[in-house]
Design a protein around this ligand. Structure first.
Ligand code: FRU
Length: 507
C-alpha cells in the first residue's frame, strides 16, 4: 500500500515538474480544526453544514472540491456550493463560497468541466471557462405542490474557479414534469465529440448530449428495472475503466436513499457499455461500492492527471447526518480513492485504493502478531494500519479505549464480514446510528489479502483485499481509540504496521 502511495504521489506530480510547498491552511496555534471529533486527515468545512461533493475537477495543477454547503447552520438548509482546493488531494485550502442560491432556487449537486475549446462561448481566448452544471431547487414551487421544481442550470468562472457568474438564460434543462430531477454529471465524450450529461429522475437515470454545454438533447434512460430501488436515485456518474486484461467497460455509479444494504443511504454501481447515446448492462445482481454506512453521493474527478479515476464521497448517511455529535460543523468527505476495475470468475468488480500524500505519514511502529493477540497500546490517535490476512480464517479486530470499542470481524463459516459499532462511543444521538451489527456476505478464499485501516478522530475506513471490500463508518468515541487487538490465525504478514497520520490542518 505504501508503495502504491509513493508511486501514486510521484505519478501525480511528475508531469508538472515540481512539487509546490504545502502550506498548512490553518494559522499556527489556531484552535480551528482542533475541536472534539474534528477529522485531522479528511476534508471537513471550517464550520456549518456540508453534504455531497460537487464539481470535482482537476484544473491548473489543482484539485477542486466544491460541496453542498449551508453556511448558516449545522443542519441542512438553503444550499450553496462551498469550495476548497488542493495540490495533492490530502492538504486542503478553504476558498470563498462559489455559488449562492438565487431566484431560481437553491444550488443542489452537480459537476464541473473546463471548456478548453470554448464550445460554450463563455470563455475568453486567454482563459477557458470552468463551467459548473448543477440543479436548481425551487422551494417556492415545491411549497406550491408543483412537480417541476428541479431544473438544471450552469455557471462559469474565468479565474480558475475562484469567482462565478451564473449563465443569464438559466435553466439550460427545463423540468419535464418529474418530481426528482437532479444531480447532473457532465463529461467530454471523445468518441462522439460531445458533452454528455447524466442526471437522475427518481427511479432512473437520463442521458443527454450537447455541443456547447447550453443546448442539451435528451437521448435515453437507464435503470427503471435495474439495480437497487429502495429509495430515490441520486448523484450519478458515468466513466470508462479498463481492466488489467485490457477490456474497457463503462461504470455507472448511482447513489440511493434510502435502500442501502445497511439502511439509509448507499451507493451502487453498474458495469456495462456506453456508446455515446445509451448505457447498457447485463448485470443482474446489485453491486455496492462501499459496505459501510458512511460513504454517500460519491462521484469522480473530471480531468485528473494520468487519466486516474478518483472518487470522493460524503462520509455520512441521511439516516442520522443532521444529528451527529459535532458542535460547530457537520460532516467530512471520505479519503479520496483511486478506482480500478477487476475481473473475477464471478464478474467485474471495483477496487478502491485510498490516496494519502506520504508526507503526512508520521512515526511508524511494527507489532508482532503475538503482541496484537494480547492487545497493544497505540502511540497516536490518528493512524493507518496495514497487514496481510487470510480471509478463510476467523478474525476479530478491535480498536478500543477504556470505555468504547469498535469491532470488525470476519467469519468464514457463515461467510460474513461484520462491523459492530454498537459500543464504538456515544450512539444515542440517533436510534438509527448503530441499532445492530452491519453484516456483509463474502466468499472466503484461502489466499493473502491486503488490509489497510485508516482511523481519524471520527471515522474508520477499512479496505480489505486491496480495496475490494470497503467499509466506511463514522464513530464518535469518548476518547481516541488507543488499543488494538487482533484475534486471528489468519494474519500472514510477520508484522502489523502502524503509522501515525499527521494533521493536514496543523503543524
Ligand atoms: C444527495 C442529495 C442530492 C441533492 C443534494 C441536496 O445527498 O440529496 O440528490 O442534490 O443532496 O443537498
Amino acid at each position: 500500500m505504501r508503495l502504491f502511495f509513493g508511486l501514486f504521489a510521484s505519478l501525480l506530480f511528475l508531469p508538472f515538474g515540481c512539487i509546490e510547498p504545502l502550506i498548512k491552511p490553518v494559522e499556527k496555534n489556531s484552535t480551528e480544526y482542533s475541536e472534539r471529533y474534528r477529522p485531522q486527515f479528511h476534508f471537513s468545512p471550517k464550520s456549518n453544514w456540508m453534504n455531497d461533493p460537487n464539481g470535482l475537477i482537476f484544473e491548473n495543477d489543482r484539485y477542486h472540491l466544491f460541496y453542498q454547503f449551508y453556511p448558516d447552520s449545522t443542519v441542512w438548509g438553503p444550499m450553496h456550493w462551498g469550495h476548497a482546493t488542493s495540490k495533492d488531494l490530502t492538504h486542503w485550502t478553504n476558498q470563498p463560497i462559489a455559488l449562492y442560491p438565487d431566484s431560481l432556487g437553491y444550488i443542489f449537486s452537480g459537476s464541473a468541466v473546463v471548456d478548453y475549446k470554448n464550445s460554450s462561448g463563455l470563455g475568453r481566448e486567454d482563459q477557458p471557462a470552468m463551467v459548473a452544471i448543477f440543479t436548481y431547487h425551487n422551494m417556492e414551487y415545491e411549497r406550491l405542490g408543483r412537480e417541476d421544481y428541479q431544473t438544471q442550470g450552469i455557471a462559469y468562472s474565468l479565474d480558475h474557479g475562484m469567482t462565478w457568474e451564473k449563465y443569464n438564460r438559466n435553466p439550460v434543462i427545463q423540468n419535464p414534469g418529474i418530481k426528482d430531477f437532479r444531480d447532473p454529471k457532465v463529461f467530454w465524450h471523445e468518441a462522439s465529440q460531445k458533452w454528455i450529461l447524466i442526471l437522475v429522475a427518481g427511479d432512473h437515470a437520463r442521458i443527454y448530449n450537447s455541443t456547447n454545454l447550453i443546448d442539451w438533447t435528451f437521448l435515453n434512460v437507464f435503470g427503471h428495472n435495474e439495480g437497487a430501488h429502495g429509495g430515490v436515485w441520486e448523484c450519478p456518474d458515468l466513466f470508462p475503466l479498463t481492466t488489467d486484461q485490457g477490456e474497457q467497460k463503462w461504470i455507472l455509479i448511482v447513489s440511493v436513499n434510502p435502500g442501502g444494504p445497511q439502511g439509509g443511504s448507499a451507493t451502487q454501481y453498474f458495469v456495462g457499455d456506453f456508446d455515446g447515446q445509451k448505457f447498457t448492462t447485463d448485470q443482474k445482481e446489485i453491486k455496492w461500492l462501499d459496505f459501510g454506512r458512511d460513504n454517500y453521493a460519491g462521484v469522480t474527478y473530471n480531468d485528473s492527471p494520468g487519466g486516474k479515476r478518483i472518487l470522493m464521497g460524503w462520509m455520512s448517511n441521511w439516516d442520522y447526518a443532521q444529528e451527529t455529535p459535532t458542535i460547530s460543523w457537520r460532516s467530512a468527505m471520505t479519503l479520496p480513492r483511486s478506482l480500478e476495475l477487476k475481473e473475477h470468475k464471478s464478474g467485474f468488480y471495483l477496487v478502491q485504493n485510498p490516496i494519502i500524500e506520504p508526507s503526512i505519514i508520521g512515526k511508524t511502529e511494527e507489532f508482532d502478531v503475538s503482541q496484537v493477540k494480547d492487545g497493544v497500546l497505540l502511540p497516536a490517535g490518528q493512524f493507518q494500519l496495514e497487514f496481510d490476512l487470510d480471509l478463510s480464517k476467523k478474525t476479530v479486530f478491535e480498536l478500543s479505549n477504556p470505555v468504547d470499542r469498535f469491532v470488525f470481524s470476519i467469519n468464514p463459516e457463515s461467510g460474513h464480514m461484520i462491523i459492530d459499532r454498537r459500543d464504538s462511543g456515544p450512539i444515542e444521538f440517533s436510534e438509527k446510528f448503530a441499532p445492530e451489527q452491519q453484516i456483509i456476505n463474502y466468499t472466503p478464499e484461502a489466499r493473502p489479502a491486503k488490509v489497510a485501516i485508516f482511523c481519524d478522530a471520527s471515522s474508520i475506513e477499512i479496505f480489505v483485499d486491496s480495496g475490494r471490500y470497503v467499509f466506511t463508518n463514522q464513530v464518535f468515541p469518548e476518547q481516541p481509540y488507543n488499543r488494538l487487538q487482533i484475534l486471528s490465525d489468519g494474519v500472514i504478514s510477520k508484522k502489523i504496521i502502524f503509522s501515525e497520520l499527521k494533521s493536514i490542518w496543523h503543524e
